[in-house]
Ligand binder design. Structure first.
Ligand SMILES: NC(=O)c1ccc[n+]([C@@H]2O[C@H](COP(=O)([O-])OP(=O)(O)OC[C@H]3O[C@@H](n4cnc5c(N)ncnc54)[C@H](OP(=O)(O)O)[C@@H]3O)[C@@H](O)[C@H]2O)c1
Length: 353
């Protein structure tokens, strides 16, 4: 049989798959990429090669990713998350280092990358292989599987960051009533777990009547349906909560500002319901409440410490409770709509390889 050079190399690669690690240009693999057409983005599964990944100091075999609200927005074009095209989606990336060109990580170590521009300006985790800047990666301890690390992902990290910022701002947590909105979502679920570890009494705000058992299993003391919250025109209402973690914005966030007790903190994380915030200054100037903005773009040392705390504080059973679905790269696109309509609960992880 006659071999062209490329076929010969492909044949060698087939026989010795590790031989071309780091310059895997010949191998094709699956990735879910975001494209733009007529000003709107959409995603699709494709075969790509390592040439499409660019070059970085960590070459990674991706094992898991996950679906976050932002991933659903990016893939369905509901918001322009990706800033360049085509770009591999997925803001969570968990895998094994195949080749490290830095002292910071060794071949074979397990790493996690969350946020950090993935699926915005950098290729994300919806791909069988990745080239990663080691400055964005964090080591997963041996006691945590890549599956469980994916369960935590951006959602768990963001919940931990909110609690960290509230703590810096003198929130005690122990024996305090802390209210969590968007409670059945990924961030909400981890906020509940972590607040329980801090001995808070957690009140969930959730529109899902079918998730009472789920929220109970996470350890909430009470559940409020947003439809039961009366729209009150008062500038201040009865002060009920020592603090709040808000994932949805809009009218509920506005209500939180009027019902948090003096000097309490509201961590504003998300906008799943609305990006609006209509309130007044009375809660600020009469009760001294604090609205803390949560952005995961923080310095590396803080992130490193937070990851250590998260891995240390959450048990495998805790994390398994929040992993409500596992799917594959091939089936990924069937799962985004549930996030857009707010009908998902817990975390969907993607088994990549
Ligand atoms: N600031 C940051 O750095 C950062 C990081 C991560 C996430 N976020 C943001 O935080 C929010 C939560 O993220 P997530 O990953 O937890 O999302 P998720 O898993 O999709 O959960 C969002 C939850 O919000 C509630 N919700 C209420 N109204 C909704 C609506 N109109 N559409 C969709 N959901 C609605 C639902 O919970 P219930 O039915 O229980 O009410 C839903 O499960 C998102 O806005 C996300 O973009 C921000």
């Amino acid at each position: 049989m006659k071999y062209s050079l490329i076929n010969l190399l492909k044949h060698i690669e087939y026989l010795y798959p590790n031989l071309f690690i780091g310059c895997l240009a010949l191998k094709e693999f699956l990735a879910y990429r975001i494209f733009e057409s007529n000003g709107r983005s959409s995603g699709r599964l494709e075969k790509i090669s390592s040439v499409d990944l660019g070059i970085n100091d960590l070459f990674v075999k991706v094992e898991y990713s996950a679906i976050n609200y932002k991933d659903a927005l990016a893939a369905t074009g509901q918001a322009q998350i990706a800033k360049k095209f085509p770009l591999i989606g997925g803001i969570d990336l968990i895998g094994t280092v195949l080749e490290s060109k830095t002292d910071k990580f060794r071949d074979g170590e397990k790493i996690i990358v969350t946020g950090s521009g993935l699926s915005e300006t950098l290729n994300g985790g919806y791909s069988e292989y990745a080239q990663i800047d080691s400055d964005l990666a964090f080591l997963i301890p041996e006691s945590i599987s890549t599956r469980l690390a994916a369960g935590i992902g951006t959602a768990g990290f963001t919940a931990a960051l909110a609690i960290y910022k509230m703590k810096i701002n003198k929130q005690k947590f122990s024996n305090e009533k802390i209210i969590v909105t968007g409670a059945t979502g990924g961030v909400g679920s981890f906020a509940i777990l972590l607040l329980n570890k801090a001995l808070s009494e957690v009140i969930a705000v959730s529109s899902k009547n079918n998730c009472i058992n789920y929220l109970d299993s996470l350890g909430v003391k009470d559940i409020i349906n947003p439809s039961d919250i009366k729209d009150n025109e008062s500038l201040l209402e009865k002060a009920l909560w020592h603090g709040a973690i808000d994932n949805i914005g809009g009218d509920i966030l506005s209500w939180l500002t009027r019902t948090v007790r003096p000097h309490g903190n509201i961590a504003s994380i998300g906008l799943a319901s609305s990006h609006d915030l209509n309130t007044n200054v009375m809660p600020l100037i009469l009760r001294g409440i604090n609205i803390l903005g949560i952005s995961t773009n923080i310095n590396r040392k803080i992130s490193e410490d937070l990851w250590k705390d998260i891995f240390c504080n959450l048990t495998n059973d805790d994390i398994e409770k929040v992993i409500t679905r596992e799917t594959s790269l091939k089936d990924l696109s069937n799962h985004f709509d549930r996030y857009i309509t707010g009908n998902n609960y817990g975390r969907t992880i993607i088994k990549i390889s």
